[in-house]
Ligand binder design. Structure first.
Ligand code: FES
Ligand code: MG
Length: 577
């Protein structure tokens, strides 16, 4: 039955004798599977997060077909199953609220079923970390295949980037440079094909992170969703997972501390999203790998930004693909001794071996270390101070250099909505030095830590030609966003972090070179204010959102549920009959 292979996990189901085996096999045969497929060959789950409610993932059913071809080619049995999809654009109050739920679902579906390995098909922002978190907690052989970016957006002869141009168009609309009708037309031009955001937003970032961690095949992150080579890669992943099952090559051997260090540095080199910090921390938590916010600051100081992509630069993922994609970036970093080349990946080969033949093909898109797109030290910085004792984050490359050192009076809003209500008021009491504080947008506060931090500037200042202002928030920012925005302030206001105590007019100090975010109010006064502070009323007393608010950890811990940390393995559960 098992042609020399050791008895597989799936054989605990399909190889069972008597009534039990009959139950497990018979119902599967209603799909036209012959008895020969239960001979002990690796059974590979093809987990797809395809959904018409998550447009970035809608095409994954086609990608799954390619994966399945590969699994059959290598002598495995592919079984496709759906997972939840956390679509960024439609889900309210934020897809992030559901990342942990999706991770739980992925974990439990893999463990409960007769699987020996799994291929994870993701696309939109949260779907990639959710799947990696779930798979890490089961620790069966796993390969990720992200669905690929959309083709470059094109509007009136210009490249337009998903997300990034939404903010630009909004500003143009507010200042009268664009009409409503032009915006309506432009939104169609921004989404020309299947795929996820084609800027270096969170989806592209996390696809690159999966590749940098060694969890997807080299080059896989950048193929556009509609490029036939996306399907070739998917097919190759299908073949590879079958071998991985034979080799018993599992996520815990691939996603080591060294792999996370590689990913953190790659994120700096690609000018990736701040959201990667939260997601990588959460994935690491599933594997028992300790990552602190300081790691994210210290590891990237020597890494320049090599990739010239929106929102920090001008190109898009399609260009990145033609320029050599992530292997070109990783080869360059390896050359500068900025990566652990000996780390194993899903190919069974090391990072160094995977990138041996990689080259930078268009050097304006993927620059070299000798003349980088942005110098080292301009990446994501981690701040501390009496406003954020557990840290805060700023993406320097998306900020205005003149604001990186700034002192200005706070103008405080208890919610993003409170700001939006008055943002267009011509008499709003702000000027370009004001620091806009938006609070109660953290993991517990919103709930779900939405991407609301980069609020548009007040209309009166936009009209006066002001291009950027310092904003401070305990929420997140879309990976496609930009501006001098301090994010992920921890602890958040809703749990009584110092952000909750700031008042209008308090001087806020931002000193990014020295990694400081503080408020010039003395400790005694802050203590007095704390005495009168009351936690916002609990809005949820049942249901998933209650579970979330009771268990979610702060941003610096990855906003996972405390009870989901660690791996729970892949022991075969008790019989069901
Ligand atoms: Fe899905 Fe950007 S909205 S990837
Ligand atoms: Mg996003």
């Amino acid at each position: 039955m098992t042609d020399g292979r050791k008895t597989s996990r799936s054989q605990a189901w399909f190889g069972a004798r008597g009534r039990s085996g009959m139950l497990y096999r018979s119902w599967m045969r209603n799909q036209g599977l012959g008895h020969e497929v239960f001979d002990g060959r690796p059974v590979i789950g093809v987990a797809t997060s395809a959904s018409e409610l998550a447009p970035c993932n809608a095409h994954l059913t086609h990608v799954a077909e390619a994966v399945k071809r590969g699994v059959w080619q290598a002598g495995g049995l592919p079984l496709q199953f759906p997972t939840m999809a956390t679509g960024e654009t439609l889900m309210r109050p934020t897809a992030m609220l559901y990342r942990n739920l999706m991770a739980m679902e992925v974990e439990e579906l893999i463990r409960a079923n007769p699987l020996d390995g799994v291929v994870l098909l993701s696309g939109c922002d949260k779907t990639t970390p959710a799947m990696l978190m779930g798979a890490a907690s089961v620790d069966l052989p796993a390969v990720m295949v992200t669905g690929g970016p959309m083709l470059n957006g094109k509007y009136r002869g210009q490249d337009v980037g998903s997300g990034t141009h939404v903010w630009k168009f909004e500003e143009d609309l507010k200042t009268g440079r664009m009409t409503e009708e032009e915006c309506f037309f432009a939104e169609g031009c921004m989404a020309r094909s299947h795929g996820h955001c084609m800027t270096m937003g969170t989806a592209s970032t996390m696809a690159c992170m999966a590749e940098a961690l060694g969890m997807q095949l080299p080059g896989s992150a950048a193929w556009p969703a509609v490029d036939s080579r996306r399907m070739e890669t998917a097919q190759a992943a299908g073949r590879r997972i079958v071998r991985m099952v034979d080799e018993d090559l599992r996520p815990s051997q691939i996603m080591t501390r060294a792999a996370f260090e590689n990913a953190i540095r790659v994120n700096a080199a690609i000018g990736g999203s701040t959201n990667a910090i939260i997601h990588l921390t959460a994935i690491a938590g599933r594997l028992g790998v300790e990552l602190s916010l300081e790691d994210f600051d210290a590891l990237v100081r020597a890494v320049p930004t090599l990739v010239n992509l929106m929102p920090s630069g001008r190109y898009l993922m399609e260009d990145f693909c033609y320029a050599g994609g992530l292997p070109a970036v990783m080869a360059e970093l390896l050359g500068g001794k900025l990566l652990h080349g000996e780390q194993t990946t899903v190919t069974g080969r090391t990072v160094a071996e995977n990138t041996e033949s990689a080259e930078r093909i268009i050097s304006d898109v993927v620059t070299g270390l000798e003349a980088p797109f942005q110098p080292a030290g301009t990446g994501i910085a981690v701040l501390r101070g009496n406003l954020c004792p557990d840290g805060a984050v700023i993406k320097q490359s998306a900020a205005s250099p003149h604001l990186l050192t700034h002192r200005g009076p706070a103008r405080v809003f208890d919610s993003p909505e409170a700001y939006h209500e008055v943002a267009d008021d011509p008499d709003l009491d702000v000027d370009e030095n004001t620091v806009i504080v938006i609070r109660n947008a953290g993991p517990r506060g919103y709930p779900g830590m939405p991407e609301v931090s980069n609020v548009p500037l007040p209309a009166k200042l936009l009209k006066a030609g002001v291009k950027d202002m310092v904003r401070v928030c305990d929420g997140r920012m879309s990976g496609t966003g930009y501006g001098t925005v301090i994010l992920h302030v921890a602890p958040e206001a809703a749990v009584g972090g110092p952000l909750a105590l700031v008042r209008d007019g308090d001087p806020v100090i931002l000193d990014v070179p020295n990694r400081i975010l503080s408020v010039e109010v003395d400790e005694a006064e802050l203590a007095r204010r704390r005495q009168t502070w009351r936690a916002p009323a609990e809005r949820y007393t049942s249901g998933y959102t209650w579970l979330y608010t009771q268990n979610v950890e702060q941003a610096d811990r990855g906003a996972d549920f405390g009870f989901l940390r660690g791996s729970r393995g892949h022991e075969v559960p008790r019989d069901s009959h």
